[in-house]
Design a protein around this ligand. Structure first.
Ligand SMILES: NC(=O)c1ccc[n+]([C@@H]2O[C@H](COP(=O)([O-])OP(=O)(O)OC[C@H]3O[C@@H](n4cnc5c(N)ncnc54)[C@H](O)[C@@H]3O)[C@@H](O)[C@H]2O)c1
Length: 258
């Protein structure tokens, strides 16, 4: 089987990749379309496997779906082992897409909610970076893309509130510091900071009217699509992006211009 990607034979690991309308799935699909082998990780194991099957059927790419809780170090270690034992080539890119929203007003946020939101969005990013970085360093190629949010920069204002903004701001700090630390290895670490994106992350807590209002508030007059995000993640994982590191990529249709 050929794994040619144009940048060698490498696997892209995408966390939070099971949601059919989500950014993670669109990113995994885009990696496969551009010739990467792909590992889809998600807390929804059967969903990750189904998503992997769908992509493998479409692109004939080497694809693996794995159950993984990004807040659980052992769960991630099992994924590292499973990948090493699989036919997939070495990991060259990690897209930390797994995340959860949290629209709870500040005084109603209990410690459990705070820990849940910070745990998945921020600690999960830390743990996944730590799990997959050693082989990137060893193999001499690495691209990490983390998922922040415009909520980190403008203080909420879209849907989620303080725990989410704090966690996503933490992701920017992690991205910048890690970028500096691993730059001597030629590894890049960047963050996407999307505005509102049309996925199911707000499911159950929004309606058509609210979604239309969110779109109307964007200068481009529409929400972002998962494919808008996926294209940028895959570019930031390419060889062409080798001199871009520590950046925050504002991808928001003009809703936050800085
Ligand atoms: N949709 C937006 O408007 C928007 C805007 C800015 C940033 N983001 C960020 O983009 C990322 C993807 O969001 P989305 O809109 O595609 O959401 P989504 O809800 O469609 O997908 C999130 C995925 O993460 C998975 N997940 C949740 N907890 C997990 C855990 N502990 N371990 C592993 N996987 C877990 C879910 O099962 C799901 O498949 C998130 O980090 C989100 O915060 C989204």
């Amino acid at each position: 089987m050929s794994y040619q990607t144009g940048i060698g034979q490498r696997t892209a690991v995408v966390t939070g990749a099971a949601s059919p309308r989500g950014i993670g799935f669109a990113t995994a699909r885009r990696f496969a379309a551009e010739g990467w082998a792909v590992a889809l990780l998600d807390i929804d194991g059967p969903g990750a496997e189904a998503a992997a099957d769908k992509i493998a059927g479409e692109f004939k790419a080497p694809v693996l779906g794995l159950a993984a809780d990004v807040t659980d170090q052992e769960s991630l270690a099992r994924c590292v082992e499973a990948l090493a034992a699989s036919e997939l080539p070495p990991v060259g890119a990690l897209a930390n897409i797994a995340g959860v929203a949290s629209p709870t007003p500040f005084l109603e946020v209990d410690l459990e909610e705070w820990n849940r939101v910070v745990g998945i969005n921020l600690t999960g990013t830390f743990l996944a970076c730590q799990a997959f970085l050693p082989q990137m360093i060893e193999n001499g190629y690495g691209r990490i893309v983390n998922m922040s949010s415009v909520s980190a920069q403008q203080g909420g204002g879209v849907f989620s509130k303080t725990p989410y903004s704090a966690a996503k701001a933490g992701v920017l700090g992690l991205t910048r510091s890690l970028a500096r630390e691993v730059a001597p290895h030629g590894i890049t670490v960047n963050a996407l900071s999307p505005g509102v994106v049309d996925t199911d992350i707000r499911a159950g807590a929004t309606d058509e009217e609210n979604e239309a209002r969110l779109a109307a508030a964007v200068p481009m007059g529409r929400q972002g699509t998962p494919d808008d995000m996926a294209a940028l993640v895959v570019f930031l994982s390419s060889e062409d992006s080798s001199y871009i590191t520590g950046t925050t990529q504002n991808i928001n249709g003009g809703s936050y211009i800085a």
